[in-house]
Design a protein around this ligand. Structure first.
Ligand SMILES: [Zn+2]
Length: 293
C-alpha cells in the first residue's frame, strides 16, 4: 500500500515522462467513480490542451500541475499505479483511465481494488488538501514542539495518532511500525503518555524511516511499482514490518518479534525493546503484559 516514500518515488520516476508534455484528452474506463464528481467528457475538456508544468506530492497524494494552475490529484490508495506506455500498447491489467499525451504515449492508471482516485483540481481551489492534511514529516513544520503539542492529552494509541493524516501526512502502516520500533515505543501507548524525550525520538525515527524508504525507492510487498514498472528496494531493509508473523529475531535484542492488532491495524513490534510502560521519574514501571527478561 503506497505511503509517502512510494508516492515520492512515483513522482520522481514520472517527472521525465510528463514534465513539458501537453495533455490531448482523457479516456475513462467503465468504472466512473475513479474520477470523482466530473463526467469523463468534462474532465477531458478541462485538462485537454493543457501543459504539465509540475509534479508535486502532498502526503500520499500526487499532484499533476497544469499551465493554468489547475491540476489533477492522484490518490493511489491500496493498489493504484501509474505508468507511461506507448499509445498502441494493449490495455494494462486493471486499467481504469488513460491520459493521452502529445508525444504519442499515455499515462495510464491501473487499480485492482479500485479505491484509487484521479480527480480534477480547479485553479481557484489550489490547496484543497491542506484542510485535511497535517505537516509534511520531512518539512521543518514537523518539529518536536509541534508533535509534543499535538500529542499532549491524547488518549488514543500512538500508532493510531501516527497514522492520522491530520497529525502528520504520508505515514501508513509500514513506516509507522518502523518508526515506533526505531524509537522503542509500544504502538499501544497513549499518545499523551509519551515523554518529551520519547516524542523527539519518535519524530526523528519517522523522518529516518521515511528517508530510507525514499532512498531505496519504496517498499514493494505486492502491487506497488514505480512509474517505470520497477519494484521498490526497501522491503529487504525493513527492521520489523512483515517480520512479526514469522517471529523473526529482533534486530536489536534478538528476541522474537510479534504481531499485535492496534487501532484495527496489524502491528509488528518487539515486546522487549518496546515495552508497554509508562515512564515515571527515575525508573520505568513495566506492566505485566510483557514479561521482560
Ligand atoms: Zn528487541
Amino acid at each position: 500500500m503506497p505511503e509517502l516514500p512510494e508516492v515520492e518515488t512515483v513522482r520522481r520516476t514520472l517527472g521525465p515522462h510528463l514534465l513539458g508534455r501537453t495533455i490531448l484528452a482523457v479516456h475513462v474506463g467503465s468504472y466512473l467513480p475513479v474520477i470523482g464528481a466530473h463526467s469523463p467528457d468534462e474532465l477531458s475538456a478541462l485538462v485537454g490542451g493543457r501543459e504539465i508544468t509540475r509534479l508535486d506530492r502532498r502526503g500520499k497524494y500526487l499532484l499533476i500541475g497544469l499551465d493554468d494552475r489547475s491540476g489533477v490529484i492522484v490518490h493511489l490508495r491500496m493498489t493504484g499505479a501509474l505508468s507511461v506506455v506507448d499509445r498502441d500498447a494493449p490495455p494494462l491489467r486493471f486499467e481504469q483511465l488513460r491520459i493521452l499525451l502529445d508525444d504519442g504515449r499515455d499515462l495510464r492508471f491501473t487499480d485492482q481494488r479500485r479505491f484509487g482516485r484521479v480527480t480534477y483540481r480547479p485553479a481557484t481551489d489550489a490547496r484543497p488538501l491542506e484542510a485535511k492534511l497535517g505537516p509534511e514529516p520531512l518539512s521543518a513544520r514537523f518539529s518536536a514542539i509541534y508533535l509534543a503539542t499535538t500529542l499532549a492529552g491524547r488518549t488514543a494509541p500512538i500508532k493510531a495518532l501516527v497514522l492520522d493524516q491530520r497529525i502528520v501526512a504520508g505515514v501508513g502502516n509500514i513506516y509507522a511500525d518502523e518508526a515506533l520500533f526505531r524509537s522503542r515505543i509500544h504502538p499501544r501507548r497513549r499518545g499523551g503518555s509519551l515523554s518529551a524525550v520519547e516524542v523527539a525520538r519518535l519524530r526523528r525515527a519517522i523522518r529516518r524511516a521515511l528517508r530510507l524508504g525514499i532512498e531505496h525507492r519504496g517498499t514493494t510487498f505486492s502491487s506497488y511499482r514505480d512509474a517505470n514498472g520497477k519494484e521498490g528496494g526497501n522491503q529487504s531493509r525493513l527492521l520489523v514490518y512483515g517480520r512479526g508473523r514469522r517471529g523473526d529475531p529482533c534486530p536489536r535484542c534478538g528476541l522474537p518479534l510479534v504481531v499485535e492488532t492496534v487501532a484495527q491495524r496489524t502491528s509488528h513490534l518487539c515486546p522487549h525493546c518496546q515495552p508497554f510502560a509508562t515512564p515515571t521519574k527515575g525508573r520505568r514501571t513495566l506492566r505485566r503484559d510483557y514479561p521482560v527478561e
